[in-house]
Every structure is written in structure tokens, then in C-alpha cells.
Design a protein around this ligand. Structure first.
Ligand code: SAM
Ligand code: SF4
Length: 322
């Protein structure tokens, strides 16, 4: 089992398969994707080596992310590879939903069991102004299709003062009738978005108080759960999760490690650097990779330093998948 010196166990791998994206979200890639780095992304065979090795070390859940993972043509093979790995019980993906309506059936057939779709606004014009794409209707249709196929659907929305702060009640109304789990994420500062962060960061603490005062109850966290504090209400079909990276003890329940699209291990989303493990991955050397992962985990720090404004090597989250 992968365990660090603070007793945290790592059941959950977030695997980026590309850093390319077709959207230009205001807080992430406001000028769109710029090809300024190495694009030698992990192959399906390399992904198989990574996932098998992590599974041997106790990982039970893989989340495929990016950039935009659905831009990779071999995505169904990647999903199938993860799903076929002994020990992997959950295969999830995070996507902007651009290809959801067209491809969701193929992804479910390949073994995807849950998906997080980013929808920062339910107002089509606001959605377009945040993402640069007028595709809200097609994404919502894709979600409906996913639900009918039995896919577990979560929706991620980043809270922003100047954009969607007033939409909380609209989101709640949606969750009343739809069995989705809505994640409201506090905007995080990254290397590239500092002025935007200063103008737009909104704390989720008042929303948590509002939920608790209106009959929502907190869900007990499972071992492979994400970082959200989750809430349910008997009158609502869906759930609400709050992701509050600036809250005290956020890192105490960390259960995930990250691999970048070029095969670097990131011990934290905001680590100072990615650690190069590609030589083991490319050689298919699972024993060597196991030893290296155990040894590198010794350097994982107790917490990120976001409160101090230190964002490590992370210019934007498209680099690593959030
Ligand atoms: N392109 C996919 C998508 O948007 O869902 C996957 C990658 S994206 C980096 C993963 C998640 O990170 C998305 O839900 C996105 O909204 C969120 N995200 C990106 N930048 C962020 C930031 N600075 N603060 C908080 N969340 C952020
Ligand atoms: Fe692309 Fe996702 Fe970043 Fe938006 S948040 S620009 S969809 S990687």
C-alpha cells in the first residue's frame, strides 16, 4: 500500500493523458491552449504499466483527466485498459463535456463508471463567456444520456465573484430534480491567474452554512472519495459537494497522487516540480516503478502552501487536470 509519513494512504490516481484543450476557460487557459511544452504524451502501453503498478500498490480508483481527455482519439482504449486492470474498481474521468453527447455510449461500453463534467454556469451566455464555447445545451443533453446509461455524473462548477456567484440557487434547483452530484469548487490560484484570482475568489464557507441551515446533512467520506465535503437532503435527487482547498485540514484527507501527460509524478497539485519516472514507464519496468514510487512518496509534504500564495510549478490546472 502506498502510504506516506503522515499516515495518508493513496487509493486514488489522477492520470492526465493530454494537456491540450479546446476550451479557453477564464480561470485556466484564458488565451486558449498554447503548445509551449513537450507533447510526447503517454501511450496506451505506458498507461497500462502505470495503472498496473499503482494497482499493485493498492490504488483502486483511476481518474482520467487533462487538458481535455476526450481530445485523444484512443480514449476508449485507455478507459478499457484502466477498467481491465485487476484491483481497479472505479474508472472516472473529468471532461469539459464537449464530446459527451456524441461519445458517452462508447466510453460507458469501454468501462467508464463515473464522469465529472465542468459546467460553471447554467445560463448559456454566461457559460459561453466563461469557456469560449456556446455548447451548454449539447453538454446538458450528454449528461441526460449518460444518466440513462447508468453513468454516475458529477458536475464541477468553479465559483467566481464576477461570473457565477449569484447562480447558487439556480444550481440547487437543478439538483432538486436531477440525480447529479454538484461540486462547487473554490477558485485556486495558479502561476498564470493571479490578478483573476484576486478579483474572483469566493469562499464556500457561507454556502456550507446555508446548506446546513436549510436541512442538508453531511455525507461520511469513503476511502476513495474526492476532496469534496458532500451534503444530501431528503427532498433533493442530487447531492452538493464543496471543495474548499483553502480550508484548514484540507490536505489531511489527501488520498491521491497525480501523473502528468508526459509521465511525471506530482506528489501534490501544487508541488514544486514533477518527478521524472518515465524511464521505468517506457521500459514497462513495474518492479522498478514500484520501488521508485515508494521512495519518492517519502518527500510528500503535509500540505500545500496555497494560503501563502505559493502555487509551485503549476501555471494552470490544464497541466495536470485539477
Ligand atoms: N478539461 C477538463 C474539465 O474542464 O473538466 C478536465 C481538466 S480541468 C483542469 C479539471 C477541473 O479543474 C475542471 O473542473 C476545472 O473547472 C477545474 N479548474 C481549472 N482551473 C481551476 C482553478 N484555477 N481553480 C479551481 N478549479 C479549477
Ligand atoms: Fe480546458 Fe478544463 Fe482548463 Fe477549461 S478548465 S480550459 S476545459 S482544461
Amino acid at each position: 500500500m502506498l502510504e506516506d509519513k503522515f499516515g495518508r494512504r493513496f487509493h486514488y490516481l489522477r492520470l492526465s493523458i493530454t494537456d491540450v484543450c479546446n476550451f479557453s476557460c477564464t480561470y485556466c487557459l484564458p488565451d486558449g491552449y498554447a503548445c509551449d511544452s513537450d507533447r510526447d504524451f503517454l501511450s496506451v502501453a505506458e498507461i497500462a504499466t502505470i495503472v498496473q503498478t499503482f494497482a499493485q500498490l493498492g490504488t483502486s480508483k483511476v481518474r482520467i483527466t487533462g487538458g481535455e481527455p476526450s481530445l485523444r482519439k484512443d480514449l476508449p482504449q485507455i478507459i478499457a485498459q484502466c477498467a481491465a486492470t485487476p484491483g481497479i474498481e472505479h474508472v472516472a474521468m473529468t471532461s469539459n463535456g464537449y464530446k459527451l453527447d456524441k461519445c458517452v455510449e462508447q466510453w460507458v461500453d469501454a468501462g467508464l463508471d463515473s464522469i465529472n463534467i465542468s459546467i460553471d454556469s447554467l445560463d448559456p451566455r454566461m457559460f459561453a463567456s466563461i469557456t469560449g464555447h456556446d455548447s451548454l445545451d449539447s453538454i446538458l443533453a450528454g449528461i441526460e444520456k449518460g444518466l440513462t446509461l447508468g453513468l454516475k455524473v458529477k458536475v464541477n462548477a468553479v465559483l467566481m465573484r464576477q461570473y457565477n456567484e449569484k447562480e447558487f440557487n439556480g444550481f440547487l434547483e437543478w439538483v432538486k430534480s436531477s440525480p447529479i452530484s454538484l461540486r462547487l469548487i473554490e477558485l485556486m490560484q495558479t502561476g498564470d491567474n493571479q490578478p483573476f484570482f484576486q478579483q474572483n475568489h469566493v469562499s464556500a464557507e457561507p454556502l456550507k452554512n446555508q446548506l446546513l441551515q436549510s436541512g442538508w446533512c453531511q455525507v461520511i467520506r469513503g476511502k476513495a472519495a474526492g476532496p469534496a465535503q458532500e451534503f444530501y437532503h431528503p427532498d433533493y435527487a442530487g447531492k452538493i459537494g464543496l471543495i474548499m482547498p483553502y480550508s484548514k485540514d484540507f490536505c489531511a484527507s489527501c488520498n491521491r497522487l497525480r501523473i502528468s501527460a508526459t509521465g511525471k509524478l506530482h506528489l501534490c497539485l501544487f508541488a514544486e516540480q514533477g518527478l521524472d519516472i518515465r524511464r521505468y514507464i517506457s521500459a514497462g519496468d513495474e518492479a522498478g516503478l514500484r520501488q521508485e514510487l515508494i521512495s519518492l512518496l517519502g518527500d510528500k509534504e503535509a500540505t500545500h502552501w496555497l494560503q501563502e500564495g505559493l502555487t509551485g510549478a503549476t501555471k494552470h490546472l490544464a497541466m495536470l487536470g485539477g
